[in-house]
Design a protein around this ligand. Structure first.
Ligand code: ZN
Ligand code: ZN
Length: 105
């Protein structure tokens, strides 16, 4: 995954912690290269509890790595279960069966 801001590619991992920062922006997981981390207009999502930008976004949740607060991602609200609809043709079948039962066929 390249840097979300400048598109730089992460170089081969060196020993120790990666200088690249993980963050969440508009509820999507992003990577920030060491150069862009110095900028102050990164527009990252922040933890509503402690204000940290050290967030992880995963399936419908945003977790703060600083204080552990977890909140639902707003965008997940639109991904609710799909409405259950009867497959096409079923109602006609049911109607025919009812007609048979009722002697109307
Ligand atoms: Zn960058
Ligand atoms: Zn926090």
């Amino acid at each position: 995954m390249p840097c979300y801001r400048c598109g730089a590619r992460q170089t081969d991992p060196v020993r120790g912690a990666s200088p690249w920062q993980r963050g969440v922006r508009h509820e999507s997981q992003v990577l920030i290269c060491p150069d862009c981390q110095r900028l102050h207009d990164l527009d990252l999502d922040t933890c509503s509890t402690c204000g940290s930008t050290a967030l992880i976004c995963r399936l419908g949740e945003v977790e703060c790595r600083s204080c552990g607060a977890v909140r639902m991602a707003r965008s997940s609200e639109t991904l609710g279960p799909a409405p259950v609809t009867a497959p096409p043709g079923l109602s006609a079948e049911v109607e025919a069966a009812l007609n048979r039962v009722l002697g109307r066929a």
